[in-house]
Design a protein around this ligand. Sequence first.
Ligand code: NAD
Length: 454
Amino acid sequence: MEFYEKQQAFFLTQKTRNLSFRRDALKRLRNEIVKQEDAIAEAIYADFKKPRFETFIAETQFVLAEINTMIKNLEFWAQPERISGNLANFPSRNYICREPLGQVLVIAPWNYPFQLIMAPLVGAIAAGNTVVAKPSELTPNTAEIVKKIIQNVFDPEHVAVVLGGVEVSQELLSKRWDHIFFTGSPQVGRIVYESAAKHLTPVTLELGGKNPCIVDETASISLTAKRIVWGKSLNLGQTCLAPDYLLVHHSVKDKLIQKLKDKIVEAYGENQTESQDLARIVNERHYDRLKSLLKGQHILYGGETVDEDNFIGLTLIDEPDLDSPLMQGEVFGPILPIFSYKNQSDIDAIVKRYEKPLAAYLFSNKRAAQKEFIARYGFGGGVINDTVIHIANKKLPFGGVGHSGVGAYHGKTSFDVFSHKKAIVKRGRWIDPPLRYAPYKLPERIAKWVKYLF
Ligand code: NAD
C-alpha cells in the first residue's frame, strides 16, 4: 500500500488547500461520471439487477447533485466564519477557520454501491483531504467501475481505490488516518470504531437499525400504502432507510393491508418475479438468510422465492412473534412485518425494544400525533407521511444516533465533517484591561462583575 505514504507526503505539500485544485478535481470527477453513466448502470445491474431508474435517482444523479452542491458552495463554506467576540477577549476578531483533516479512509457497503463510496469521497475532496476508498467486495462489478473512474480522474497520491474484502479492510484499518468514514452494519461499525480508537482517529459511522413505520387511524390509507410500498421495494428492501416493520392502528389495519396488496400489484404486477422494476438479493447468503426469516410466519401476501435468481417478492407478514428471528435484527430485504396497536403504550412496547434506528416514519393527519412522534422516539431522521425521502434534501444532515450511527453527512454537513474547525481569536492591542492579571487584588465589589466577562 505504497500510496499511503505517497498521500501522506502529498498532503504535506499543501496542494489540497487550494480551492481551485479542489474545484477542478470535483469537475473532472463530474465529467467522468457523466461519461461513464451507462457503464455504472450496467455494472450495478450485473451485481444485483438494480433497475436502471433506481440507479439513476439513487446512485449517479445523487452523486452528481452532491458534486454540484460542493462546487457551488465550496468558496463560501471554506471562508473563515466570523463569530462575535465577548468582553473577556475585547478587543478582538473571532473566527472559525475550516481546514482539511488530512488522510481520509472511506469504507462502503454493497447496497448503494456507487452512491455510498462516492458521496463521502466527494465531501472529503471538497474539504481538501486525500482519500483512500474501499468499495464493497459483494458488488464486484461496481467496485471495478468505481476503481476505473477514480483512476481516470485522480493521481493515487490524492485519491486511491483499494479493492478487497475483510482482510483488506482490516489492513487499511490498522493504519493511522485523520478520519475514517464507514458505512455498513453496526457489528462491523464496532470493529472500525475500535481500530480508530487505537490512533484516536475521529470516525463517522453510518449504520442501520430496525426502522419503525407507524400508521394511525387518521392517515390517508391509499397514499400511505403507496408510499410504504415504494420505500420498502426500492433496492428490493435492501435499503438502510427502508421501513423495517409496520405498526398500524387496529381500526385501519385490514384496510391498509388490502391497499398494500393493491399497490404492490399496481407497481409490480400479479407476478412479482416477472417485474423488471425490482432488484435482486445481492447474494446467496443474504437470500438464504431472508428466506429463513419467512419460516413459521403467517404470510398475508407474497412469499414468492426464486432460488436461481436470489429473488424474494415483497412479502407481508402478520403479527410475527417478537422473539422470532424476523424481529431480532434489521430485515434488510423485502419482508414487511405488520403489527396492530390500540394505544401509545402498545407502540412503545415494540419501538423501545430496539436500539435507536436510523429512520422512523409516521403516517398521520393529526398535528398532535406528529409532534408526539418526533419528541417521543429517538432515531436518526424521519418523515411524516412518507418514507425514505428525507435523504433527498442535502440541506438535512444524514446520519444515525446511538447504535444506528455516529455523525452525519451530505451537503454542508459533509464539508464540515471532513474539516477541522479551527477557532482563532485575533486580539487588538490598543487596550489591555488589567483585570485578569496577577497579583489578583481586585476589590470584592469589582470582582463580582467579572462573571459578566464570559
Ligand atoms: P458490512 O458491515 O458487512 O460491510 C461494510 C464494509 O465493511 C464492506 O466494505 C466490507 O468489506 C467491510 N467489512 C466487513 N466485515 C469487516 C470486518 N470484519 N472488518 C473490517 N471491515 C469489514 O455491511 P454490508 O452488508 O455491506 O451493508 C449492510 C449494512 O449497512 C446494513 O446494516 C445497513 O443498514 C447498513 N447501511 C447503512 C447505511 C447508512 O447510510 N447509514 C447505508 C447503507 C447500508
